[in-house]
Design a protein around this ligand. Structure first.
Ligand code: ADP
Ligand code: MG
Length: 720
């Protein structure tokens, strides 16, 4: 039987083909269902009427309850009506305004209109009682309300006064097409009336009961038109949970499919190469390194394919972990590959890996986009024959022509640069069994987020830095202190140290960002004159050779200063660098600032991070910079980052390849629901892995339905 929710929205009374087209274009709404699931993004408590004097108080304006971005409802008499900015009865452009004074027993406020003046002036009567509903603004240090909803208080009920009112987001084009918030509200109301009796439940009865949820129909009604906060909470709880639950169920089911294939290569031996490397290390492994190596060894010999995320703060020693695990693969007769996001990083990995391998017989090579044809041919041949044990490289490694004899472990560094697609292509490198996969990231991702972004990955955490690191001192400096900053740089350089100077590079403002970098570079060259001081510069617009040359100049210590954009050189290891200057630091997110800061403090020198900023700082930027100065704990910063920006903005998540398009739940705010959803999904799948029990039939149907809608996370288990 056809589901009424699948009906095209154009058949709803008052919509028609034209408006339907607008809805499709602007809101991606095609069907009754889409429209019904177009939820308000906030709800206003219109049950409250504020005394005018209370909102004029400064402290209130700053408080949570009433501020200049919140809506308030006022009731009073229109005591004055003024049309200003007219000349000979004609409005002067940009000046014409209509100002009402609304007065209640406690005070007065001005209501200002800039358009529709004549019409509104005629309609609104002096000395009558009105309700004004709108956002407060500050103009000339005076609180007023611009373009409020204004209606006679006799009509209060018609306008939803006295209950909660949902606010829908709409677009300029929608408004022009007669689709303001009011119109959407009306459509939703009509739609609910038509569809509510036919809405099918999407969660099994036993879940609804045990979780104490309301029905789907109730939830949908109350998300649009809640009678009170309690009803709204119940609706949100059910809908958020449901969304996260199906996401987790889908991810875990995929994971089950992958692990139950049993196709994991068994790497059980710890052999000569591992031991030789281990014994030749100039230092002890940290306890965290020992723990994660143990965790992964267990995976690699379990007979199931490992798929693990290794999270470790900058400098926590992930490379060594990767090397030791690669050696396990090699000691069992397999090969390993290590993939880095940039050529510079791949080069650097090769260098540090070679150092670790001097005591072993392991053969390692580098493959990148600029490997010469002849050399490439040789490498490909040895890889296929199996005489080459470890290959380090960029995404050149996932090209079709790269074939392995027996690939046992694939390590991917700095995951946020690679998508799930690329990860899955590595799985295909072996004909028989997929290699074990380890993804390393230095962006600490809060647990709740990792669980979802990498729902099919297990997580290991390196939460300990090797001993002997001196903590980095972080300071905020204003533009006016630039001279002191330069003096300080000079001091350090004269002591033999090196300095990074990093500029933001953001797609939307790319042109200006490059101009800033250019200007900054010229200023540095002017200030730090050659030949005494050498300055290298690295950015995305250079040719690869130039980039590598300048990078090499800095890495080898020949250049004292490296001016660079933020995007390209994460991960470079120059232990002698002791100062990181971050320009326009207010434009970076916390995680990114922390990443950049991690580029210094890698040697034994005392290191510094200087956050340069302009004068105009938003409250949030100021808080970010303060946090950076107060802590070096990457996980704490990541949590804060997520709270402040929301997970969608966390660096790299949008590129993670796992398109998680949450409709109502929020990964940062709904961590509790996420955990509950995960636990329940796990429990259900443990008892009924195929979801074939009668009480779970609805779950299977719903998963299929979501997949058809393109709303499930991509399923890569089927390709491995
Ligand atoms: P990241 O996790 O940022 O990739 P690296 O692997 O580059 O960190 O390691 C940072 C530095 O710490 C390297 O110079 C490495 O040799 C060193 N290192 C790694 N493990 C230890 C350890 N257990 N004790 C001391 N130094 C270590
Ligand atoms: Mg690294």
């Amino acid at each position: 039987m056809a589901d009424i929710l699948d009906t095209s929205i154009k058949y709803l009374q008052g919509i028609g083909p034209k408006r339907a087209e607008l809805l499709a274009k602007e809101l991606n709404v095609q069907t009754f269902r889409d429209m019904l699931y177009y939820f308000p993004f906030r709800w206003i408590d219109k049950s409250k009427v504020y005394p005018i004097s209370s909102i004029l108080k400064e402290e209130l304006l700053d408080s949570e309850e009433v501020n200049t971005s919140s809506y308030v409802q006022l009731r009073g008499i229109i005591t004055k009506k003024e049309l200003v900015g007219f000349s000979n009865g004609r409005p002067i452009r940009g000046k014409a305004r209509l100002i009402f004074t609304l007065t209640d027993a406690t005070g007065s406020i001005q209501l200002v209109f800039f358009s529709g003046l004549k019409w509104i002036a005629e309609k609104v009567k002096e000395n009558e009682e009105y309700i004004a509903f709108g956002r407060l603004t500050l103009f000339n240090n005076q609180v007023n309300m611009v373009h409020p909803e204004l209606y006679p208080s006799a009509q209060a009920a018609v306008y939803g006064s006295g209950s909660m009112v949902g606010i829908y987001s709409t677009t300029e084009k929608m408004k022009n097409g007669g689709f303001g918030i009011k119109a959407i509200t009306k459509i939703e109301s009509l739609l609910l009336e038509k569809t509510l009796p036919h809405i099918k439940e999407t969660l099994p009865e036993y879940i609804i009961k045990s979780m104490g949820f309301c029905s789907l129909a109730q939830a949908l009604k109350n998300i649009h038109f809640p009678v009170d906060q309690k009803a709204l909470d119940a609706a949100q709880r059910r809908l958020k949970f449901e969304e996260l639950f199906y996401l987790q169920l889908s991810l875990l089911k995929q994971k089950n499919v992958r692990t139950s294939k049993g196709g994991g290569i068994v790497l059980s031996k710890v052999g000569d190469n591992f031991n030789k490397c281990y014994c030749s290390l100039p230092y002890q492994l940290t306890n965290a390194q020992k723990r994660v190596i143990k965790e992964m060894r267990e995976d690699m010999r379990s007979g199931k394919q490992m798929n693990r995320l290794l999270q470790g703060d900058v400098g926590s020693g992930k490379t060594l972990v990767a090397v030791l695990l690669s050696l396990i693969a090699i000691d069992n007769g397999y090969q390993a590959c290590i993939m880095a996001p940039t050529e510079v990083l791949a080069n650097q990995h090769l260098a540090s890996i070679q150092k670790f391998l001097t005591a072993t017989d392991v053969k390692v090579a580098l493959l990148t986009g600029s490997t010469k044809t002849k050399e490439r041919r040789q490498i490909l041949k040895e890889l296929e024959e199996g005489t080459l044990n470890i290959i380090v490289g960029t995404h050149a490694l996932i090209e079709e022509r790269v074939k392995f004899h027996k690939l046992g472990l694939a390590v991917i560094d700095e995951q946020h640069r690679f998508g799930v697609d690329q990860r899955s292509r590595l799985w295909l490198k072996n004909d028989a069994q997929p290699p074990h996969i380890m993804v390393m990231t230095a962006t600490p991702i809060p647990r709740t987020l990792a669980m979802t972004l990498y729902g099919d990955l297990d997580v290991s955490i390196l939460d300990e830095l090797p001993p002997g690191r001196t903590p980095i001192i972080t300071k905020h400096a204003w533009e006016s202190q630039r001279k002191q900053v330069f003096d300080f740089m000079r001091q350090e350089i004269d002591k033999g140290r090196q300095v990074f100077v990093v500029y933001p590079l953001i797609k939307e403002s790319e042109k200006m960002d490059y101009e800033n970098l250019e200007a900054g570079y010229l200023r540095i060259v002017e200030e730090f004159k050659a030949p005494k001081y050498i300055t290298a510069v690295v950015h995305g617009k250079q040719k690869t050779e130039d980039k590598n040359l300048d990078m090499q100049l800095f890495a080898s210590g020949k250049a004292h200063i490296l001016v660079a954009t933020s995007v390209i050189e994460v991960g470079v290891d120059v232990p002698n660098a002791s100062i990181m200057v971050i320009e326009s630091a207010e434009r970076f997110g916390l995680s990114q600032l922390h990443q950049l800061r991690g580029r210094v403090g890698r040697g034994s020198n005392k290191s510094y991070c200087i956050l340069m900023s302009g004068y105009k700082l938003s409250r949030e930027s100021r808080k970010r910079l303060e946090l950076m100065c107060s802590t070096t704990d990457g996980f704490l910063l990541a949590e804060e980052d997520m709270k402040m920006r929301g997970p969608g903005d966390i660096e790299g998540t949008s590129q993670s390849g796992l398109a998680i398009d949450l409709h109502i739940a929020s990964l940062s705010k709904d961590g509790i629901y996420l955990q509950q959803a995960r636990d329940l999904a796990e429990k259900i799948l443990n008892q009924d892995p195929q979801l074939s029990a009668p009480e779970n039939r609805l779950l299977t149907e719903q998963l299929l339905f979501l997949r058809r809608q393109g709303k499930d996370p991509k399923d890569y288990s089927s390709i491995s």
